[in-house]
Design a protein around this ligand. Structure first.
Ligand code: ACO
Length: 327
């Protein structure tokens, strides 16, 4: 039985519409200078029309093409998202759009850590021999849940999707992972349901409500990320019998360039080995790692055999690391 896991294809998709810092400064009191120096973001892509499902499907199809894999041979699709088109789950819509008729499909929610959590989840099915081909997609459209009057959050997020194809293999290229959660810090970052009561029949109330836009204590989340992300990467590397000296690429959730720089410094990884596309995408939540991986593979930076230390972190709070070799 093949108990190893290999990443054999990657793809991504983004909405065609971009929103620049200058355009945002027409919406809230902010400036290109503030956003660029505090976050590294210059623009973000936002969904104007179309669905999250269509972005996720395009990314997945690209990944399947790179892997020379037919959709019909995919056995499992995990869609990491916090912003599905359908709260019952959007993975099945992606399954139908791809024609992945044999695949079981479900959504997984772990905010900006979603891709790493989904990768680790998918690996379990591959290692146990349950499935041989799995699609992992990270897709989010946080612009839908952004409070456009809150300058502390509305400048940060962008929309997009990224996907990888995983296969069972003799050689294990997913060298290690580590997943962590701390719900006691949940209030730092929320997209929460706000219930209102409505009377159904005299004396019987039921809940009716909607989700509130994203709220965030940026400073707390920043402090958490800079402390916890290096820790979790070092732990995952240690479990894999590796060290930061073995890492070819540091691929972090693209939340803030200052977080990327601080984590790289703590890990002693030079800036030329840090993958960043913050400037063009902003924070695309569960999509950020596979989008950045896709770009780095397609432009030739990431080569076969390169060791990548990836880490997602965000709401929950959740954080995790996955150490893998490309191809
Ligand atoms: N434009 C202009 N001024 C602003 C803006 C803005 N867009 N946003 C905040 N400010 C102001 C604040 O009001 C404050 O002004 P004050 O001192 O008069 O009160 C000042 O700038 C400093 O604000 P801070 O919040 O202290 O700014 P900070 O340097 O911490 O940067 C940021 C804020 C960019 C949000 C940072 O804290 C950060 O990146 N945090 C981490 C976010 C993150 O990683 N999220 C991850 C996951 S997301 C997910 O899971 C969905």
């Amino acid at each position: 039985m093949q108990t190893g896991v290999s990443l054999v294809g990657v793809g991504s998709a983004k909405p065609s519409i971009t929103l620049s810092n200058a355009e945002l400064s027409q919406v809230v009191e902010t400036s290109d200078e503030w956003i660029t120096t505090r976050t590294g973001i210059q623009q973000r892509h936002v969904l104007q029309e179309g669905s999250l499902t269509s972005l996720a499907t395009t990314a997945a199809q690209e990944a399947l093409n790179m892997a020379s894999t037919e959709a019909a041979s995919v056995e499992l699709i995990i869609l990491a998202t916090s912003t599905p088109d359908d709260l019952f789950g959007s993975a099945t819509q992606v399954q139908a759009a791809l024609g992945a008729t044999q695949a079981a499909a479900f959504d997984l929610t772990a905010a900006c850590s979603g891709f790493v959590f989904a990768l680790a989840t998918a690996a379990q099915y591959l290692r146990t021999g349950t499935f041989k081909t799995v699609l992992v997609i990270g897709a989010d459209a946080l612009s839908r849940w952004t409070d456009w009057s809150d300058r502390r959050t509305c400048v940060l997020f962008g929309d997009g999707a990224g996907a990888v194809v995983l296969k069972a293999s003799d050689r294990d290229r997913l060298r290690g992972f580590e997943l962590r959660s701390d719900g006691s810090m949940n209030a730092c970052l929320n997209l929460s349901y706000a219930a209102e009561s409505q009377e159904l029949i005299p004396g019987k109330m039921v809940q009716k409500g909607t989700f509130q836009p994203v709220t965030m204590n940026g400073k707390e989340v920043y402090r958490f990320a800079v402390k916890r992300v290096p820790e979790v990467i070092e732990k995952a590397l240690f479990r894999a019998g590796l060290s930061t000296a073995d890492v070819d690429w540091l691929l972090l959730h693209q939340a803030n360039q200052r977080i990327l720089d601080a984590v790289a410094e703590r890990l002693n990884i030079p800036s030329e080995r840090v993958i960043s596309n913050m400037a063009r995408y902003g924070n695309t939540s569960a999509a950020s790692i596979p989008i950045a991986l896709d770009e780095a593979v397609r432009d030739g930076r990431v080569k076969a055999g390169d060791l990548i230390a990836s880490s997602g972190f965000g709401a929950g709070l959740t954080w995790g690391a996955a150490i893998f070799e490309w191809l």
